[in-house]
Design a protein around this ligand. Structure first.
Ligand SMILES: *Cc1c(COP(=O)(O)O)cnc(C)c1O
Length: 433
């Protein structure tokens, strides 16, 4: 079987929330001043009530509103699961490699899965403007299109290095009617402060989040939307894993290794959490592998002391609640690497807790290796993957090679989080076209 499809009535009707199934209690988000657990009312300054309820929920399953399910179908769900036969052949591996196609959404990544839900709940509670940040532009594109769907205005702060090097994603956002500012910008107090102190600042996700939060807090009928990290975002992304479970079941496959790249952790969480629950029930004995760039080692940097598992801010200015997570520090300025979506200093508290408890594993790869893997994937499977997704591909290739050495028939499944058709300059730079 080369492609496993599901029918549109097989789009999940509930999200899976891993909170009740965690190996230990999830440390709550805390108020930076009082250090007390953040109260729902305090979250509500930034997010609509429905999302705050999801953020704090301990229910295992949460119903997906019918309007959201329909919108998910509109953007192409359920997404197919593919077998990478030609890649297997090129590697000469006895492993069977599968990948879930989150690259097929109109915005080009998994991010619309949560953008649609977030825009919907904001619209339902009378919010008129959403502010957000974006790195490479994937999240900004996804949220702008979701806002257009529900008649909301969208303001995006785009990390300056990407704003300058990726004009096409900016045009995508403008096509959906969004206002896009290079961050640090001159439209917020914090942006002006950063620009005064360092006029050549190329920006970071942490700075862009501070600007978006500042604008949301000061604005009328304005709220903020985050594309990763928070519990409700991980929740919305579980449609990926819930579908993949059904697809593997259909063809009688049991996964041995599940792989996804991690920035803030959402595509990894969405893909793996339902399978982690299966493993607890004895339905598989899989390994779960989060792949990050060597230059942004929020998980793997624990060994060298570069990262810590502790309370930290989600943004540079320290305006967000503090989250207990693996973090490189909220003032971390990442090197400008090509996988812009993986440059975040922190990691989802849920993914962090699972890493700390050895439920999941992490690997760090150098970007040269990931682009080489992306080239091989393009040549064998005919798909140009996002630079972020190339981290998952490179790891899957490494595991398939190890299976060859050990002569093991492993089932390796990775999440193809997005396509790279707007990232060709990155390929050109890295592969010297
Ligand atoms: C944003 C993005 C990522 C990283 O974000 P996560 O929240 O870790 O999933 C990965 N791949 C693509 C294509 C992205 O756009």
């Amino acid at each position: 079987m080369i492609r496993v499809n599901l029918d549109s009535d097989e789009v999940p009707d509930r999200w899976y929330n891993i909170v009740p199934d965690l190996p230990e209690k999830l440390p709550p988000a805390i108020h930076p001043g009082t250090r007390e657990p953040l109260k729902p009312e305090e979250w509500e300054g930034l997010f609509p009530k429905a999302l705050v309820r999801q953020e704090l929920s301990e229910e295992r399953y949460i119903r997906i509103p019918e309007e959201v399910r329909e919108a998910l179908i509109t953007i192409g769900r359920p997404s197919p699961l593919y077998r990478a036969r030609r890649l297997e052949k090129a590697l000469g591996t006895p492993a069977r490699i599968y990948f879930k196609r989150e690259d097929l959404s109109p915005a080009g990544s998994h991010k619309p899965n949560t953008a649609i839900a977030q825009a919907y709940y904001n619209m339902a509670e009378g919010v008129e403007n959403l502010t957000t940040e974006t790195g490479a532009g994937q999240w900004g594109s996804a949220l702008s299109s979701a806002c257009a769907l529900y008649g909301l205005k969208c303001t995006v702060f785009m990390v300056r290095s990407s704003y300058d090097s990726k004009p096409y994603r900016k045009f995508v956002m403008k096509m959906f009617g969004a206002d896009v500012y290079a961050s640090p910008s001159n439209v917020t107090e914090f942006g002006r402060k950063v620009n005064r102190e360092d006029p050549t600042c190329s920006g970071s996700l942490g700075i862009a989040i501070s600007e978006a939060v500042e604008m949301a807090v000061k604005g009328e009928k304005t709220k903020y939307a985050l594309g990763s990290v928070l519990n409700h975002v991980m929740l919305h992304q579980t449609v990926i894993g819930l579908e993949a479970q059904k697809q593997l079941e259909k063809i009688g496959e049991k996964p041995d290794t599940l792989i996804a790249c991690v920035g803030g952790g959402s595509n990894f969480a969405g893909f793996t959490f339902p399978f982690i629950h299966d493993k607890q029930k004895g339905k598989n004995d899989a390994k779960f592998i989060a792949v990050e760039p060597q230059s942004v080692p929020s998980l793997t940097g624990m060994k060298s002391g570069e990262s810590k598992y502790d309370y930290d801010f989600g943004d540079t200015a320290g305006m967000t609640p503090m989250l207990k997570m693996h973090s490189l520090g909220h003032d971390f300025m990442p090197r400008v690497i090509h996988a812009g979506g993986l440059r975040y200093h922190g990691m989802s508290p849920l993914v962090s807790l699972l890493y700390k408890n050895n439920v999941i594993e992490a690997e760090a790869l150098h970007q040269a290796e990931t682009f080489a893997a992306g080239k091989l994937f393009a040549e064998t499977e005919g798909i140009i993957a996002a630079p972020e997704s190339c981290h998952a591909i490179a790891s899957a290739i490494n595991h398939a090679r190890a299976a060859k050495k050990a002569n093991e028939e492993k089932v390796i499944v990775f999440n193809l989080s997005g396509h790279g058709l707007l990232d060709l300059q990155n390929y050109a730079d890295m592969l010297k076209f």
